[in-house]
Design a protein around this ligand. Structure first.
Ligand SMILES: Nc1ncnc2c1ncn2[C@@H]1O[C@H](COP(=O)(O)OP(=O)(O)OP(=O)(O)O)[C@@H](O)[C@H]1O
Ligand SMILES: [Mg+2]
Length: 252
């Protein structure tokens, strides 16, 4: 699968019996899974299943109400997002989280400022432009005037300023034209090849299966499937998403 000895590394991310809620609304029920180090794990499920909630809990944006969360073997349960970020966890959330009134380059620089020296920032800018040539062409364009796909790309470039150990991406390709999806997936593959573990929330199942080694399926806040991607055809995945299945561990 990955580098020799990788199996000895602690999992990039581990959920153990995690519950989460928004006020009185319970969004996750007893969710347990592992994202092995160096792997890509796809998180699939219908709208409202709790995929973004898993992403938010993993990155500390939403607190868990029960269970344990581990990042690279360290217990981060109830840790604030900034502390989890320091462990090398990056989150590309849903939507278009860019500064609309700043140009592309300032959006990138703003991210560098807090994290890098001048020299490192210049190198990081070049790396970002090499990875996303479309952004290089538009470096002085206001981010708010970029197309939806370009804004997603900029959002991704921003979280990659410092290569993360674990990258959580949430529906980065939603509404994008196939060519833009290709570009995003090429970037994700590069990121994986550079050693980052990925948890990829995706609606386009065939795309997710191209890249992922493991697949998780959520439904109504419960994990209903966790298996190697090789065991899952796109057709079967569609079926899993449309037909209710028994919980994975039979508990609850
Ligand atoms: N801030 C919030 N306040 C209250 N309820 C929320 C909040 N965010 C999400 N929810 C609810 O939690 C449940 C899970 O939402 P979540 O956004 O995690 O689903 P999702 O699988 O990412 O869906 P989608 O595919 O539509 O993005 C939904 O019922 C949603 O309405
Ligand atoms: Mg979502």
């Amino acid at each position: 699968m990955s580098a020799p000895g990788a199996e000895a590394l602690p999992a990039a991310l581990q959920f153990e019996h995690v519950d989460a809620a928004y006020g009185r609304f319970r969004a996750l029920f007893d969710v347990s899974f592992t994202v092995p180090s160096g792997s890509v794990t796809a998180l699939l499920g219908p709208n409202g299943a709790g995929k973004s909630t898993v992403a938010r809990v993993a990155t500390g944006l939403v607190p868990s109400t029960a269970g344990r969360i581990l990042v690279s073997g360290r217990d981060v349960t109830h840790q604030p997002a900034w502390k989890i970020t320091r462990l090398g966890v990056a989150h590309a959330p849903e939507g278009r989280p860019v500064f609309a009134s700043l140009d592309v380059e300032d959006n990138l620089r703003l991210t560098f400022l807090s994290q890098l020296s001048r020299k490192e920032a210049a190198d990081a800018l070049e790396r970002a432009y090499a990875r996303f040539p479309r952004l290089a062409e538009r470096r002085s364009q206001l981010a708010g005037t970029l197309s939806g796909g370009e804004q997603r790309m900029l959002a991704l470039a921003r979280v990659l300023v410092v290569p993360p150990r674990l990258l959580v991406v949430d529906e980065l390709t939603l509404g994008l034209a196939p060519r833009m999806v290709d570009e995003v997936y090429r970037a994700l593959r590069d990121i994986r090849d550079a050693g980052t573990s990925l948890l990829v929330v995706e609606q386009q199942i065939p795309r997710a299966l191209e890249l992922a080694e493991f697949v998780l399926v959520l439904r109504k806040g419960r994990l209903v499937q966790a298996r190697p991607a090789s065991e899952l055809s796109a057709g079967l995945a569609e079926e899993i998403l449309s037909v209710p299945a028994a919980p994975v561990d039979g508990s609850s």
